[in-house]
Design a protein around this ligand. Structure first.
Ligand code: DON
Length: 304
């Protein structure tokens, strides 16, 4: 398979469709990104990089960071983690607080904001400097110093963090939150404000395409069974209330962020990251989803 030709074809076809969405503006700083950015990078299991468009331009990874923190915490807490966060799709938006009350402070899954806050809280219990640990971990996964925290995006989100802070208080009321709320919110917002390019993200995701062994860190990040479980969570919950649709159209485990990025893997074959800032009403990138749909259509296989 000529991956370079494949992604170039997909890129062209998606551009020709003139799909439109809306750049996220609930974090005001994110709205400053130019809407017409579009890039894609694919990395095969030989570590070969294929890229097209703005694939080397850093963007705000936002919720894609939840995969990295989940990985760090899963490695430490193993199956004990699942007493604090469930593994069910929620059918609700990423920032929904509704289920938390009648499900007694146990978030449905680690990719909803509520679940990701529990994960960052768990990480805070194990690390003296969680932001530093997250940065180091992602740099290692990508095999290069690439993690930058965009301070403007971070401060912009911190000024509008009422909803996530409310969730943290709610979790604490159910004894599912151990650390100082403001400290964990700062760490969570910092991890979301990390900027990386499609190429760096695709590299950092290689372990999930490769049974837990990272091609760039050159070590086992998760064991094979843990790696399969993270992929299962991405497939069922990675796109919130659009996870079913993503599985239906694309058929790959993946994770989106409101910066317009999507990272996905085809286990045993490749990892891929796509970025285009315009989002649909579920907060997921319109062009990135279309690109991945065309990609698996042209490949004639996905997970299924
Ligand atoms: O917590 C938030 O709202 C953002 N920092 C991240 C949300 C996000 O990326 C949702 N994904 N599509």
């Amino acid at each position: 398979m000529d991956y370079q030709q494949l992604i170039e074809e997909v890129y062209q076809e998606v551009n020709d469709l003139n799909l439109r969405g809306t750049v996220a503006d609930y974090i005001p700083e994110l709205a400053k990104v130019s809407a017409d950015r579009f890039g894609m990078a694919l990395i095969d299991l030989n570590g070969e990089v294929y890229g097209v468009g703005d694939y080397q331009e850093p963007f705000s990874i936002q919720s894609i960071s939840k995969v990295f923190t989940l990985t760090m915490v899963f490695h430490v807490f193993r199956s004990k983690l699942w007493s604090r966060v469930n593994v069910e799709p929620s059918g609700n938006p990423f920032n929904s607080i509704a289920q938390l009350e009648y499900e007694k402070g146990i978030p449905r899954n680690p990719f909803l904001n509520a679940g990701a806050l529990v994960i960052t809280d768990a990480l805070t219990s194990k690390s003296e400097n969680p932001v530093h640990s997250i940065r180091e971990f992602i740099d290692e996964l990508a095999g290069q110093h690439c993690v930058r925290i965009n301070e403007e995006v971070m401060h912009s989100e911190l000024l509008h963090a009422e909803r996530n802070t409310a969730m943290a208080y709610f979790l604490k009321a159910y004894q599912n939150f151990d650390n100082d709320i403001q400290e964990v919110i700062r760490t969570y917002v910092s991890q979301c404000s990390i900027e990386m390019s499609c190429e760096e993200l695709a590299k950092a995701f290689s372990y999930l395409a490769n049974d837990g062994y990272s091609l760039f860190a050159k070590r086992e990040i998760l064991n094979e069974s843990q790696s399969r479980r993270v992929n299962a969570l991405m497939l069922t919950c990675g796109f919130y209330d659009e996870s079913g649709e993503f599985a239906f159209r694309v058929g790959l485990p993946g994770k989106s962020g409101v910066g317009g990025g999507v990272a996905a893997v085809l286990p045993g074959k490749f990892s891929i990251a796509v970025w285009s800032p315009e989002l649909n009403e579920k907060g997921n990138s319109v062009k990135a989803i279309k690109a991945l749909e065309l990609l698996t259509d042209k490949l004639k296989f996905s997970l299924f």
